[in-house]
Design a protein around this ligand. Structure first.
Ligand code: GDP
Ligand code: ZN
Length: 305
């Protein structure tokens, strides 16, 4: 039977890895190793992992090909460069390290600002938590706001199936403080890849990642997970201060309920938000983080001017 060595068919695919002079593209017919020869110079510079492209396989045996076009990007994440991310898996722990609700709220705001879906993963469920009441209260508060929450253990594999189900069909990346088990979870999901465990980096404890190259690892049920043990979220995106409330859905639901329609829910009389915080219906920590981030965004905007 005659072997086809050249096709003139353009096939769509997603760039999942960058190599020297080539990109690996995941297509319905398998991976293709393609150069950007078919692109204009400005598009060559722009192309990055996560991009949807059109390519042509020029050699069926070696699966070498050429990229001819980039599809319009839905999103772009800077550090590391990742296009078309759709979901952020926010990993936190109640023990080792202890829960840091402020960084969780900042991550939630960041994911919201990038218009990404979120799943909150409390890892290390195998470790008993000294204060199980406050743990329950935190999880219940997050669930009531509408965030999906999973408790996992990279040690025992607890709830790994549920985590994988939440990632199906999405392009996800892990985020969270150092030491919460992002690399351990990645190693469990992709046992054939090497991830550095126990690495603590960054003087601010949020971790800085020197890795510039990121790859997307395909999942059996469809979708991908970025191989980076945490995207860098050191800098919050600049959000107009009046929009901060939109990233606190439980507060935003009350817009219109306050006495003043330009209420910023700080200390104004007749503030419905404050009333509900005092009545225990809105978590105090959420409210405090809202106020803190509001002020921060206000200051940043003034500095920017
Ligand atoms: P990362 O900085 O978020 O990537 O965290 P690592 O994956 O490097 O994990 C930090 C430490 O926590 C390592 O010593 C892991 O072995 C440990 N670890 C990770 N996941 C779990 C878990 O589910 N349970 C327990 N007990 N330890 C874990
Ligand atoms: Zn108010």
């Amino acid at each position: 039977m005659e072997r086809i060595t050249r096709t003139c068919m353009t096939i769509p695919g997603r760039i999942i890895e960058e190599q020297k002079n080539y990109y690996i593209i995941d297509t319905a017919g398998g991976p293709v190793r393609a150069s950007t020869k078919g692109l204009l110079k400005k598009d060559k510079v722009r192309v990055c992992v996560g991009d949807m492209v059109d390519c042509e396989v020029i050699n069926e045996d070696s699966r070498d090909g050429i990229i001819f076009g980039i599809h319009e990007r839905k999103s772009f994440f800077k550090r590391p460069s990742l296009a078309n991310l759709t979901q952020m898996i926010l990993v936190a722990t109640f023990r080792e390290p202890p829960i840091d609700l402020e960084s969780l709220d900042r991550l939630l705001l960041c994911a919201g600002a990038y218009e990404l879906s979120t799943v909150i993963v409390f890892n290390k469920s195998d470790l008993t938590c000294a204060d199980s009441t406050s743990k329950r209260r935190i999880i219940d508060a997050l669930l009531a706001i509408g965030y999906p929450v999973l408790e996992t253990s990279a040690r025992t594999g607890d709830n790994l199936e549920a985590l994988l189900a939440a990632c199906a069909g999405h392009v996800s990346a892990f985020a969270g403080l150092s030491g919460v088990g992002k690399s351990a979870l990645l190693s469990l999901i992709f046992p054939n890849r090497k991830f550095v465990l126990g690495k603590v980096s960054g003087s601010n404890g949020r971790g800085t990642h020197t890795t510039t190259h990121v790859a997307l690892l395909p999942l059996p049920a469809g979708g991908y997970i970025a191989d980076t043990p945490g995207v860098s979220l050191v800098d919050l995106p600049l959000v107009p201060e009046e929009d901060v409330v939109t990233y606190f859905p439980e507060l935003e639901r009350l817009i219109g309920g306050c006495k003043f329609n330009n209420c910023i829910h700080d200390n104004e009389p007749g503030c419905k938000v404050r009333e509900l915080v005092e009545a225990g219906k809105i978590a105090v920590w959420r409210y405090e983080h809202y106020r803190k981030i509001y002020r921060e965004m206000l200051d940043r905007r003034r500095e920017y001017k």
